[in-house]
Design a protein around this ligand. Structure first.
Ligand code: GDP
Ligand code: ZN
Length: 458
């Protein structure tokens, strides 16, 4: 424990019944001794893992608050260092005062994610599990929370470890074979080697296939609401969000910029975008809106195309339908204003590969069916989204792709019956690359960057 001692408020800001200050590092117990006065006895012998009740005192030994001190001894703590937690009243002023007091007593402010970073550096968790912690805190839907919990428990690390174990076995086989006279692998060994490599390669590919689903859990399905002005796009966004977020007016073209909201449908996170529409715009501001709509439609994963069921299709509607026919994204056609006299027919949307639903954004009818359809469509695209073993980071996907390349090289070399040295190099390459996902072989800059994305106090 050469590191200095850090402290930070571990609970959420704002008023709460209890707030917790966490202090971690070699001097954590010394800090506690200076600022905490137990009701009984003194802190001469701090008993770890026991709650001590007492007062948190100012430098002039006045009382800041009363509360509970919970000491934990290295290595049996979250960070793997000596840790004390001070539970006091959860007001933001009092927490701030206690925090300042820990700094006076020798701790320094913890950076974002620094506790978890120390846990990682002290070998308490690997990188994927540390990221699971962050994801659980940030989870916006039940499904994402479940996946984050699994990741935190090691679902992805175990998958990776199993693949690496296989690779190590293959490397050992080759090394045993190098002692053979002609530097050739006996037939039986070659077959076993092929099996190891194939199994590892297909496990890596399986993880890569799941990567998009993992990303969706983290970032949400990019869902774009399109349609000509006044069909009820903003009303639909508001109805799905449950509050008035977008401006609803009778004036076409009111949503000039894109409004984005995050919602959760049956546990699936969605990034919902209300767009400006696609019509030829007159003024410059509106033109920007239209250009953005175009861009958003191009990278949408789900498109909610809204039409006004109470009026005939316009030129703009026909243009949109033509576009929908060519699009790859999952699409749902919504005939809004079903509370009014109905003019549109399902046949109007022939040739578009999408379900057609009747809704009223204003009256709130048809929205449950819409939610069910959205959930079904997303699951059709991505399969089961609640798997904590899915890679979901740029970094992880990139490493898996590199590992996959190494393994297909190894497969090729083996098939061509070329030198085993080359196979061995590729297998080691794959082994190290996979190790980077767990944080075994990454440099400190990257580690710093990853943990700086954590929240303060974790
Ligand atoms: P946008 O331009 O596509 O975003 O459309 P808005 O959401 O701003 O709505 C345009 C107009 O249609 C407003 O006057 C809304 O009150 C009205 N509207 C929206 N949804 C419905 C609906 O389901 N039924 C009826 N009757 N009117 C609606
Ligand atoms: Zn609008």
């Amino acid at each position: 424990m050469t590191e200095d001692t850090i402290s930070q408020i571990a609970t959420a800001y704002g008023a709460g019944g209890i707030g917790i200050i966490r202090v971690s590092g070699a001097d954590a117990f010394a800090v506690a001794r200076q600022i905490f006065r137990p009701v009984r006895g003194d802190l001469g012998e701090i008993t770890p893992y026991r709650a001590h009740y007492g007062q948190i005192t100012a430098a002039d030994s006045g009382v800041i608050d009363e509360g509970i001190l919970l000491p934990m001894r290295a290595p049996h703590s979250y960070t793997g260092e000596d840790v004390v937690e001070l539970q006091c009243h959860g007001g933001s002023i009092v927490l701030r005062e206690v925090l300042l007091r820990t700094w006076e007593a020798g701790a320094r402010p913890a950076e974002a994610g620094e506790f978890t970073k120390r846990a990682f550096l002290n070998g308490r968790l690997d990188l994927t599990r540390a990221e699971g912690v962050m994801e659980l805190i940030a989870a916006k839907s039940a499904r994402s929370a479940r996946a984050a919990r699994e990741r935190m428990a090691g679902a992805l690390s175990q998958e990776i470890a199993a693949i690496r174990h296989r690779l190590l076995g293959a490397i050992a086989r080759i090394e045993a074979g190098i002692d053979f006279p002609e530097d050739d692998i006996p037939a039986a060994s070659a077959a076993a080697l092929r099996e190891d490599i194939t199994a590892a390669a297909s496990a890596v590919r399986r993880l890569l296939t799941g990567a998009n689903a993992g990303r969706i859990l983290r970032e949400g399905v990019k869902t774009v609401i399109v349609g000509r002005p006044n069909v009820g796009k903003s009303s639909l966004l508001n109805a799905l969000v449950g509050t008035e977020r977008a401006i609803v007016t009778d004036v076409p073209g009111t949503t000039r910029d894109v409004i984005e909201e995050e919602i959760s449908i049956e546990g699936i996170p969605l990034r919902l975008l209300d767009t400006a529409g696609l019509r030829a715009a007159e003024d410059a501001v509106e033109q920007i809106g239209v250009a953005r709509t175009e861009q958003h439609m191009r990278d949408a994963e789900l498109v909610l195309a809204v039409f006004d069921s109470s009026s005939e299709l316009t030129e703009e509607d026909h243009e949109l339908i033509a576009r929908l026919r060519e699009m790859n994204a999952e699409t749902i056609i919504l005939c809004n204003k079903e509370d009014c006299a109905r003019v549109l027919r399902v046949a109007d949307f022939d040739g578009v590969n999408a379900p057609v639903l009747m809704i009223s954004a204003q009256a709130g009818t048809g929205l449950d069916a819409l939610r069910e359809t959205i959930a079904a469509r997303v699951q059709m695209m991505e399969g089961d989204l609640s798997d904590g073993a899915l890679p979901n980071k740029e970094r992880e996907v990139e490493a898996l792709q590199r590992a996959a390349r190494h393994l297909s090289e190894a497969e090729k070399t083996l098939a061509a019956e070329m030198g085993t040295d080359f196979i061995s190099i590729d297998l080691r390459g794959a082994y190290d690359t996979l190790g980077a996902i767990l944080g075994e072989t990454v440099d400190t800059d990257l580690i710093d960057r990853i943990f700086s994305e954590f929240c303060i106090g974790k």
